[in-house]
Design a protein around this ligand. Structure first.
Ligand SMILES: Nc1ncnc2c1ncn2[C@@H]1O[C@H](COP(=O)(O)OP(=O)(O)OP(=O)(O)O)[C@@H](O)[C@H]1O
Ligand SMILES: [Mg+2]
Length: 234
C-alpha cells in the first residue's frame, strides 16, 4: 500500500500517487531498477539546468517496488486545460510552444555521456516526450515540465517534429498546427525545415507505437492536408 492515497495516473508499468506535498511514481516490481535510477538521474541533471520543473526529492523501495518522489505541482496539465476550455486551444498551444522554446534555450552536459565525465560537451536540452500531459500550470499561472525520462541532446528540429506528432496523437491536428505556428513565430525557425523531417519522425514513432496510435499515424498526411485546405478556404 502506498502511504499517499490519491491516484492521479495509472499506466501499464507504474501508478502515480499524490499527497498535498509530493508525488510518488510507483514502478511495478518488474521495472528495471537501472531505468528508475536513470530517470531520476536525468531529472536531476535537468533540475541543475535551472528549468522550471518539480524537483526530485527521493528514490526508495516500498513493498518491493521502487518509488520516484518529486515535489507536487498544485494545478492542472495543459491536456486537462485543453479538455476543459477547448475555445482557448490556440492560447494554450502558444504557451506550450513557448515552454518548449525555453527548454531548447537551456543546455546541460551530454546526457548520453557517463555521469562523471567532466569533459562531456554541454548541449541544448531536448525533452523527447513533449506533450500537453507533461506540462503543468499551477494556480498562479506558472508552468512546469514533467516526465524527463526521454530527455536527450540530439536535435532541436527533431524534438519539435516529435512534439507536433504527440500533440496530433493526444489532441488534434488543429492543436499540432497551432503549436508549430507558435514555435516558429517565437523562434524565427522556418516551418518548412520542420515539415521536411516530419515523414521520418512520423515513421520512427509509428514503429514504437501501439496499434491504436498506428492507425492515426498512418493518416497524418491526409488529415494535415485536409486541415490546411479547409483553413485556406475559410
Ligand atoms: N510533480 C507532479 N505534480 C503534479 N502532478 C504530477 C506530477 N508528476 C506527475 N503528475 C501527474 O501524473 C501524470 C503522469 O506523470 P508522468 O508524466 O511523470 O508519468 P508518465 O506519463 O507515466 O511517464 P512516462 O512517459 O514515463 O510513461 C502527469 O500527466 C500529471 O497529471
Ligand atoms: Mg507523462
Amino acid at each position: 500500500m502506498n502511504t499517499l492515497s490519491r491516484i492521479i495516473a495509472v499506466r501499464n508499468n507504474k501508478t502515480v500517487y499524490s499527497s498535498s506535498q509530493n508525488v510518488h511514481k510507483v514502478f511495478k516490481s518488474n521495472y528495471k531498477k537501472s531505468d528508475v535510477f536513470r530517470e531520476a538521474y536525468i531529472h536531476s541533471v535537468i533540475e541543475e539546468s535551472g528549468l522550471s520543473i518539480p524537483h526530485v526529492t527521493a528514490v526508495f523501495f516500498q513493498d518491493s517496488q521502487l518509488v520516484l518522489e518529486t515535489e507536487r505541482i498544485n494545478g492542472n496539465t495543459l491536456e486537462q486545460l485543453l479538455i476543459r476550455q477547448p475555445e482557448k486551444a490556440e492560447e494554450y498551444m502558444t504557451l506550450f510552444a513557448g515552454v518548449h522554446y525555453d527548454i531548447h534555450q537551456h543546455s546541460c552536459p551530454n546526457l548520453a555521456a557517463a555521469p562523471n565525465d567532466t569533459d562531456a560537451p554541454v548541449l541544448p536540452i531536448c525533452h523527447g516526450d513533449f506533450r500537453p500531459s507533461n506540462v503543468m500550470m499551477d494556480h498562479s499561472g506558472k508552468l512546469f515540465v514533467l516526465d524527463w525520462s526521454e530527455a536527450n541532446n540530439q536535435s532541436v528540429s527533431r524534438d519539435i517534429a516529435l512534439a507536433w506528432f504527440l500533440v496530433f496523437l493526444d489532441v488534434s491536428v488543429e492543436c499540432a498546427e497551432y503549436y508549430l505556428a507558435a514555435y516558429c513565430r517565437i523562434s524565427g525557425i522556418d516551418a518548412e525545415s520542420i515539415r521536411m523531417i516530419m515523414p521520418e519522425i512520423g515513421a520512427l514513432l509509428y514503429k514504437k507505437s501501439p496499434g491504436y496510435n498506428r492507425q492515426k499515424l498512418s493518416s497524418w498526411q491526409t488529415e494535415l492536408a485536409d486541415y490546411r485546405k479547409k483553413k485556406e478556404s475559410s
